[in-house]
Design a protein around this ligand. Structure first.
Ligand code: HMG
Ligand code: MG
Length: 304
């Protein structure tokens, strides 16, 4: 059987949390609905963090109420604490995504707590989600570098990851929050983790700040990872990581995996159409390379 990967779409959450303006609720709903139709099985829809911290996603409950839920698609949300879990369960999320950082300063700026003080907050969230029958993903941010502290010791990364597994997360997503990783580093972190954790439980989440994200995905793939996060058009960033730009564009991951003959189950043309449509809604071009080629074609200037 041909090899396959799972692409998890985080654009509606990671992308839109970093938009300067508020994207209207009906546009968010249409975005999620179109992503469902394009074949994604995992869509991170929004975030139940404090609306004062991320006003762009203050309409999370409305978005969940209004989307059309396609059978077989998992609609998840970011949840920082028990209050967030309560809000997420009220709207019937399919999966709960908790998050914290491997570096103290980013953790503090992002969620207002030390790393040690974060575990007792996440413990009841993970337990409560599991009791409600929801799978839990744990994001670890700043795995490959922190905007405030620079390099992050691999021991610090590992201790946060192992603790989250002990608390019961099902899947770990390793975040290159500010897009500093290079492929050798990715391989090394994945290989180290794989000594203790089944690779099927590890996902990679790259931001493309320095144009390394696709190379890092290939390094992760070669090291055995099969789950990758991406954002349609390359939307996104982290508002508490200065200078962080968008996630790797899902469009570019599709070009990569389609070209390598690796199945994703996602309709690349449908994703290209979503990116084009969303650029119109935002009134600005999105950073996806695949989209830049398509824009060139639309202007009659073919670059291939
Ligand atoms: P805090 O102010 O320390 O919260 O914020 P608190 O627990 O002290 O509570 C203060 C008040 O907020 C209370 O209300 C709570 O009820 C309320 P009061 O009693 O004063 O009336 N409150 C809430 N209300 C609604 N929903 C909630 C909630 N929680 C508390 N969930 C907190 C702590 C974590 C809430 C805040 O810092 C926060 O919301 N931070 C989120 C920041 C964020 O979303 N960052 C971006 C996402 S992470 C990311 O992008 C990285 C990732 O993509 C991976 C990568 O790239 O590396 C995942
Ligand atoms: Mg992110």
């Amino acid at each position: 059987m041909a090899d396959q990967v799972v692409l998890k779409e985080v654009g509606p959450r990671d992308g839109l949390q970093n938009e300067a303006g508020f994207v209207p609720t009906d546009v968010k709903v249409e975005l999620v609905n179109r992503l469902s139709e394009a074949g994604f099985q995992y869509i991170e829809v929004s975030s139940f963090v404090h609306p004062k911290w991320i006003p762009q996603l203050a309409d999370a409950a409305d978005v969940f109420h209004q989307i059309h839920r396609k059978e077989g698609v998992e609609y998840s949300a970011l949840v920082p604490n028990e209050r967030g879990l309560e809000r997420a369960l009220e709207v019937g999320v399919d999966a709960v995504n908790v998050f914290m950082s491997a570096s103290e300063t980013h953790n503090l700026k992002n969620i207002n707590k030390s790393i040690a003080d974060t575990f007792p907050v996440l413990e009841p969230v993970i337990r409560g989600a599991k009791q409600a029958g929801k799978p839990v993903r744990g994001y670890v941010s700043t795995v490959f570098g922190c905007p405030y502290e620079g390099p992050v010791a691999v021991e610090n990364v590992l201790s946060v990851c192992y603790r989250l597994f002990e608390l019961g997360i099902d899947e770990l997503s390793l975040g290159d929050t500010i897009g500093v990783a290079v492929p050798t580093q990715v391989r090394s972190v994945v290989e180290t983790l794989a000594k203790e954790v089944d690779l099927s439980r590890i996902a990679l989440h790259f931001h493309d700040t320095r144009g390394m994200a696709v190379a890092n995905v290939v390094a992760g793939y070669d090291a055995g990872v099969r789950v990758f996060d991406g954002s349609v058009g390359g939307l996104g960033g982290c508002p508490y990581a200065p200078g962080a730009s968008g996630n790797v564009a899902t469009d570019d991951l599709l070009y990569l995996f389609d070209g390598m003959g690796i199945a994703t189950g996602i309709d690349s043309q449908a994703v290209a159409d979503i990116t084009r449509w969303f650029e119109e809604k935002l009134g600005r071009p999105l950073p996806s390379h695949a989209r830049a080629v398509a824009r060139g074609r639309e202007r009659g200037a073919s670059c291939d």
